[in-house]
Design a protein around this ligand. Structure first.
Ligand code: PEP
Ligand code: MN
Length: 362
């Protein structure tokens, strides 16, 4: 994307960055002791290079713990000095930005509830003019790639070129196993249109519970994301926020050790040739899928004309219910995931209705 052209690759401003880069620390800074102890254990057991902690906590309901505020910044800076890790806090407005800069925090992040609001993002961008401090931007709570991109553009425009995206999942109206639906297609699209922008996955806020961390982290790495941000606490069950998703630094080490790191590409020509062959097969199949859909749409057009001629409504609920039923059964027979196929058919059906509406209006 042209407007984000000057983004600096992570390796330029964090030359020792591990791959994957590990960011860890508690959801919230609770006490000086807890902050220092978490950082100490992280430095001892893990490869974490950036220490995170929230001091102003955006909470859904007002009676939850809302963070220790400004005074906790010095605990975090102290933890960084004691361990050599870089420090990182969430800021949600210009005042937070000023306080974090004054305290000497190394990296800032903008939370999901702030990325949704262009006024706040602009206010933060203005407060950071002339600093070129690294800023990581979490995706907005709603699945809107444009808002996420807009936040990068606002920061980039004021001269911040050390930018990183954090994928933390999206609110969803349907219940899923996740706290925030990962909606992987959105970060993948971001990676496609802003290939220079590093992207980190936050499995803690996507999963919302410990037993999902491994699966989400592995998926993020398999998609080629540059790192992970994982909430850690010396005593997770006692944490004042997000207790169910935090893990001990020791457990974080085990989690990282259990992840498979795969290469982005190979030098093996036999592998590469085979891959080219299989990709050609996929391309041919994709063309067949499209040609088949085009044929279906032709018939739909005919049906539209025929219904128009006989003054029949476009949507025939019984027919649609029957198609869904047939599709479900056939998906089972040929071993395709039912929900996946139904979602594809929902799209095809919407397009078919659109086409028939056009025919009716001709
Ligand atoms: C956090 O990282 O502690 C946090 C509040 O995250 P999010 O903005 O993703 O909800
Ligand atoms: Mn949290």
């Amino acid at each position: 994307m042209e407007t984000l052209s000057a983004i600096k690759p992570l390796i330029n401003w964090l030359p020792n960055a591990n791959s994957p880069l590990l960011i860890a620390g508690p959801c919230s800074a609770e006490t000086e002791e807890q902050v220092l102890e978490t950082a100490k254990q992280l430095a001892e057991f893990t490869t974490a290079q950036i220490f995170r902690a929230g001091v102003w906590k955006p909470r859904t309901r007002p009676n939850s713990f809302e963070g220790m505020g400004e005074e906790a910044l010095k605990w975090i800076v102290k933890a960084g000095k004691q361990t050599g890790m870089l420090t990182m806090v969430e800021i949600a407005n210009a005042h937070h930005a000023e306080k974090a800069l004054e305290a000497g925090i190394d990296i800032l992040w903008i939370g999901a509830r702030t990325t949704v609001n262009p006024f706040y993002v602009q206010e933060i961008a203005d407060a950071l003019i002339g600093t070129n401090i690294p800023v990581m931007v979490k995706n907005p709570v709603n699945p809107d790639l444009q808002l996420w991109l807009g936040a990068f553009e606002r920061l980039h425009k004021v001269g911040i070129n050390k930018l990183v995206a954090i994928h933390r999942g999206f609110s969803s109206s349907t219940e899923t196993v996740y706290r925030n639906n990962p909606d992987w297609a959105i970060p993948i699209e971001l990676m496609r249109i802003a290939p220079k922008l590093p992207i980190i996955c936050d499995p803690s806020h996507i999963g919302g519970k410990r037993d999902l961390l491994h699966q989400i982290s592995q998926k993020a790495l398999d998609l080629g994301m540059n790192g992970l941000m994982i909430e850690t606490h010396p005593n997770p069950d006692q944490a004042l926020s997000d207790a169910q998703q935090q893990i001990t630094p020791c457990r974080l080490k085990e989690l990282m050790d259990g992840l498979v790191l795969r290469k982005k590409a190979s030098n093996d020509s036999e592998f590469n040739n085979k891959l080219v062959e299989m990709r050609a097969e996929i391309d041919a199949i994709d063309r067949m899928i499209m040609e088949t859909i085009a044929r279906r749409m032709k018939v739909i057009e005919e049906i539209g004309k025929y219904k128009k001629l006989n003054s029949i409504t476009i949507l025939q609920l019984e027919r649609w219910t029957q198609i869904l039923q047939n599709t479900r059964n056939y998906a089972d027979i040929i071993g395709l995931d039912r929900e996946f196929i139904i979602s594809v058919y929902n799209q095809i059906h919407l397009e078919s209705i659109k086409l028939q509406t056009e025919v009716m209006n001709e």
